[in-house]
Write a protein that binds this ligand. Structure first.
Ligand code: NAD
Ligand code: GLY
Length: 346
């Protein structure tokens, strides 16, 4: 079992433990008094884990309600959020009650936004069941829903009160989802935690989740509201988001980020900013998890789509550029430089 304490605007613990969901009721009792909870989950995760979580919470004295929505990014909308608000109000959940997000990043982001806004804010607990959610979205308090105009356009910073990562739940995750989570794990290794490359070769998932959560904790504690060091977590994301959109979401987020990391690393190597061995290590580890390393899309299209990035500020875009393995830097680039950068990175 690993435990990581996050001290942001709210302090909370991230517990990484096999079998953690079977005793989540007792775990919650260590932090909260028995109260009403609303478990938010999707139609893939609920049949697998809802009963286990519900039984454990009820045994520990919590009164359990549930809100289950159709699985998938298409559900991460204001409409689903509205239905969730209505559910919370109909229970009714009060200020001392708790939302429990049981699922991947879609569930966690939406349940977190409901917690940030319902009654002007109530507590929520994250129980992530995808690798991506364990290593990234469940920690750090970014919550959101999508608009037709773009992903995560409406949201709030709202830290959870507790995160329980039961890595046994990863056994049911479809292989492609696991690979997409590995892209984010590899990202941490590239940014500033080269030890992650060693852990990947040992296949120690719990230790990997722990290292990634520690890395995220450091960035969130230093820059909770995403104005500085936290932006390093966007390595590969500016071009990745563009590629994801241009593929009409036929590529998963992690697959697109994998290609985005390759583009910026090839660019850095070709510009003499970074040793070629870094690119070799990146390509090797991405291939190990069946992640793509290139695209047939035109550089001009990728650059144009990247201009829609949320991190664009007027005429500049922040890009995270590798200088070595586990050594990256945040650099502002003029929007007119993007085509050249993508061409260099293809
Ligand atoms: P997801 O929640 O849609 O889960 C992926 C799929 O796996 C879904 O079909 C889900 O039903 C299924 N699933 C989840 N756990 C399972 C399990 N244990 N066994 C079987 N199936 C399971 O997506 P995701 O990849 O977890 O997260 C992507 C979302 O996270 C995006 O909306 C993205 O914007 C968001 N995100 C947020 C942050 C943040 O900091 N808040 C960071 C990264 C990504
Ligand atoms: N997923 C990037 C962040 O939380 O900042």
């Amino acid at each position: 079992m690993y435990k990581v304490e996050v001290n942001a605007s709210k302090s909370y613990e991230v517990i990484i433990e096999r079998g953690g969901i079977k005793k989540c009721g007792d775990t919650l009792l260590r932090y909260f008094s028995p109260s009403a909870v609303c478990i938010v989950s999707d139609t893939n995760v609920a049949p697998l884990y809802l009963d286990t979580v519900k039984t454990s919470l009820e045994r520990s004295g919590f009164t359990v309600n549930e809100f289950i929505f159709p699985a998938g990014e298409e559900s991460k909308t204001p409409e689903t959020l509205f239905a969730l608000w209505r559910k919370l109000a109909s229970v009714p959940l009060t200020r001392t009650d708790i939302i429990v997000a049981l699922g991947g990043g879609v569930t966690g982001d939406m349940a977190g936004f409901a917690a940030a806004t319902y009654l002007r804010g109530i507590k929520y607990v994250q129980i992530p069941t995808t690798l991506l959610a364990m290593v990234d979205s469940s920690v750090g308090g970014k919550t959101a829903v999508d608009l037709p105009d773009g992903k995560n356009l409406c949201g709030a910073f709202c830290q959870p009160s507790l995160v329980i990562c039961d890595t046994d739940t990863l056994n049911t995750l479809p292989p492609q989802q696991y690979s997409c989570g590995m892209a984010e794990v590899i990202k941490y290794g590239m940014i500033d935690r080269p030890v992650i490359f060693e852990l990947i070769s040992k296949n120690d998932v719990d230790a990997l989740v722990y290292e990634c959560v520690c890395d995220k904790r450091d960035k969130v504690e230093e820059d909770e509201f995403d104005n500085g060091v936290r932006r390093l977590l966007n390595l590969g994301h500016t071009f990745g988001h563009a590629i994801e959109r241009l593929s009409n979401f036929t590529l998963g987020h992690g697959q697109a980020v994998a290609i985005g990391m390759c583009i910026i690393t090839r660019y850095a190597v070709n510009e003499g900013l970074c040793d070629a061995s870094v690119l070799t290590s990146l390509l090797d580890v991405l291939k190990k998890y069946d992640l793509p390393t290139s695209t047939d899309l035109a550089p001009e299209d990728i650059a144009a789509a990247a201009l829609g990035d949320k991190k664009r500020e007027g005429g500049t875009v922040d890009l995270i550029v590798p200088l070595g393995l586990g050594n990256t830097v945040r650099k502002k680039h003029g929007t007119d430089e993007l085509v050249h950068i993508v061409r260099q990175g293809m």
